[in-house]
Design a protein around this ligand. Sequence first.
Ligand SMILES: [Zn+2]
Ligand SMILES: [Zn+2]
Length: 139
Amino acid sequence: MVRGRCECSLIKLKVTDSIKSLSYCHCGQCRRLHGAAYASWVRIDTKSMHILAGGNHLKIYASSNELNRYFCANCGSSIMCRPKVDETRSWLALGILDGVFDLPEGEHMFFDSRPAWDNTEYKCTKWTGFPESWRGYAD
Ligand SMILES: [Zn+2]
Ligand SMILES: [Zn+2]
């Protein structure tokens, strides 16, 4: 079991099943919304995620017609994103998870969207857009 929380700890959650995939997203939306070079997302089955506290502080931002992004309304932590077409799957922001847990091999997505200042060498598979593991949930 994995636990996570937002920065201000109003929102706490746990995940009771395994993490299905790990994606490093370099798209402009993730970059701006995380204020970072890229976002790290872990896919889980939504039914395995349990909000332990602060569910009323989750704020939704529809970043596209396909995707809702969830934030802490108090501290602004990025919590997760979830495709509108299939809410049975969620992508949690890896950075909110605490402790030690197993992770599948990662992959980079929207790799060509990196800004010029992001010239870091990255290992693992690089996709121009959505990888296979996101197929059917976003275009
Ligand atoms: Zn918070
Ligand atoms: Zn992204």
